[in-house]
Design a protein around this ligand. Sequence first.
Ligand SMILES: C[S@@+](CC[C@H](N)C(=O)[O-])C[C@H]1O[C@@H](n2cnc3c(N)ncnc32)[C@H](O)[C@@H]1O
Length: 390
Amino acid sequence: MPHLHIEEFKEIEFPHAEDGVTFDFIAKNANHSDEKLIGVKVDEDEFFLLVKEEENKNLLKSDKLTRPASIFNVHKALMCYAKVAGLKILSSNVPTNAKNMHLEEVDFLKSIEFFASNFPQDREVRIEVGFGSGRHILHQAAQNPDILFIGIEIHRPSIEQVLKQVNIQKLDNLLVLDYDARLFMELVPSNIVGKIYVHFPVPWDKKPHRRVISTSFIEEARRVLKVGGTLELRTDSENYYAYSYETFIAFHKTVLHINKNRDIAISSKYEDRWKKMEKNIYDVTMINEEESAPLIVEGSFDFAPATLPHAKILELHGVTKRFDAGFLHFERVYTTQNGVMARISMGSYDRPEHLYVVIDKNKVSYYPYLPLKSRANLESHKILDGVLHG
Ligand SMILES: C[S@@+](CC[C@H](N)C(=O)[O-])C[C@H]1O[C@@H](n2cnc3c(N)ncnc32)[C@H](O)[C@@H]1O
């Protein structure tokens, strides 16, 4: 994560625009005075810079929740803020040779909004969840030029590595998304996907709710897969295999192929490591046999003006509201110049979304983007709108 280690944090007048960067506002954690967020705009990207003031160590860095499409924009915003506020930089991992070419100029790194508003539907799509080193998806994309591959990963260094390779190999049929694949699935139109690969997912033995494979993930997979399309799980964890098998077989009607120690065309870094250790590798392939109804999600993320006093909103810190298919939780609360802000998690339990909601006087908006239009998110939104009305 790009960051500046600074001597002392200094606030500027907000809003302020300079060198193509706009600093819109500052939000201060109401319960932890050492945390502040600065709302930034660079080109199309809107995100937060995070100020963390600790004893002997003050940091200015990018906020994990609002990651912009281009890391170059974070570099630009960090250096620009330091200049405008006259911060003394003690150390930094921001490259000084300005441009990070392959990230700034690639257009195959897509934002979630791209898929939400404009999902490519002109050809068969194949999705790889958690591509890691990218060996498998790069190989598949090179072998199948007529198919559109979408690689989803949350680990930035892996993403950068794959983007470099897409550039070098001049692949024009591979799009990359830095996002939680479990949420992404809800945006995919029905019946357009040929294959979904989930190779060596993190088993999360101690935190099963973080697993990629779940009943709702399989439901979404069945909806988006064409007839004859497959979801391919490959794992070295016997425990994860057993859990997944149970989850797949719990469906009333399903077709599964199980393999042990099957070789596939390209073996990933993980796979090589497990093979050297003589570990078993389990494959569960689910074949979809049914055409699904089109994806229609009704509802909006509009807010009525907030009537709950700002002081009462700050008291929501730590509050959780639950409903059948999901929840709304107030993780953190902040004060801003004209109001308050909350960091919330919302939606379904196994695919929660984390984001911010800004209350400026009585005008309420999500920041920087709307939640994904899923049924559970829309339900959480209704609760949030209600709560902000006292
Ligand atoms: C153990 S690695 C396997 C990587 C690769 N598939 C392979 O076989 O080498 C699992 C990868 O999944 C990614 N990952 C975990 N949860 C994810 C999620 N919800 N959405 C997207 N990627 C995820 C992790 O960042 C990690 O790179």
